[in-house]
Design a binder for this molecule. Structure first.
Ligand code: GRF
Length: 198
């Protein structure tokens, strides 16, 4: 695939974004982050982007009267900055079918569970509530559903007897950072191919 031109969508802390930036910096990942885009102006992820001297933009979903209009604004910003791949890294909005088709087979997400178990926003809480002994994280292609696209990579994360949501989330994050960088490096190297491409 060669050097990946990434647009990273964020809503919060951005530790996965940081892992990607660090991997680029140290030569582990052949990519350029063309734009970091947040729906929340106060996302710490934007600060991480600014510190790395990267274009950082916030577009509030509240400024648009429909999901379609908000997603069209994001699509335009991503295109204007030259992003060819869209990396969801803690982006807390559901994407419209229009957005997914604008970047068909070019949108990746990371989810803190072994999909198809525990889709949705409370994956870590649900894993604890169900008493699973092993959970994990999943990098997958984004389709029109919620956490439902083809799986690219997974990593197991043990659940310990005295885990809280916080302690499990911390362990999860470490696994996520490695898995996301690995999946993107595999994509850049052609070891992972977009869905529908041989
Ligand atoms: C991660 O747990 C990711 O799996 C989920 O949102 C969280 C984002 O964390 N989709 P961060 O903002 O990258 O630190």
């Amino acid at each position: 695939m060669g050097t990946l031109d990434l647009g990273v969508l964020v809503s919060g802390n951005g530790s996965n974004l940081q892992a990607i930036l660090d991997a680029i910096e140290t030569g582990k990942l052949d990519a350029r982050v063309r734009l970091v885009l947040s729906n929340r102006a106060d996302a710490f992820a934007l600060e991480r982007a600014r510190r790395a001297k990267l274009p950082a933009l916030s577009i509030s979903h509240k400024a648009y009267d429909s999901r379609e209009a908000f997603d069209a604004a994001m699509t335009e910003a991503l295109r204007a900055h030259g992003a060819e791949w869209v990396v969801l890294a803690g982006f807390m909005r559901i994407l419209t079918p229009e957005f997914v088709s604008a970047f068909r087979g070019r949108v990746l997400n990371i989810h803190p569970a072994l999909l198809p178990a525990f889709p949705g926003v409370h994956a870590i809480r649900q894993a604890l509530a169900h008493g699973v002994k092993v959970t994990g994280c999943t990098v997958h292609w984004v389709d029109e559903g919620v956490d439902s696209g083809p799986i690219i990579a997974q990593r197991a994360v043990p659940v310990l007897a005295d885990d809280s949501e916080h302690s499990l989330a911390e362990r999860m994050h470490l696994a996520e950072h490695e898995l996301y960088v690995q999946a993107l490096a595999d994509l850049a190297a052609g070891r992972v191919r977009p869905p529908g491409e041989a």
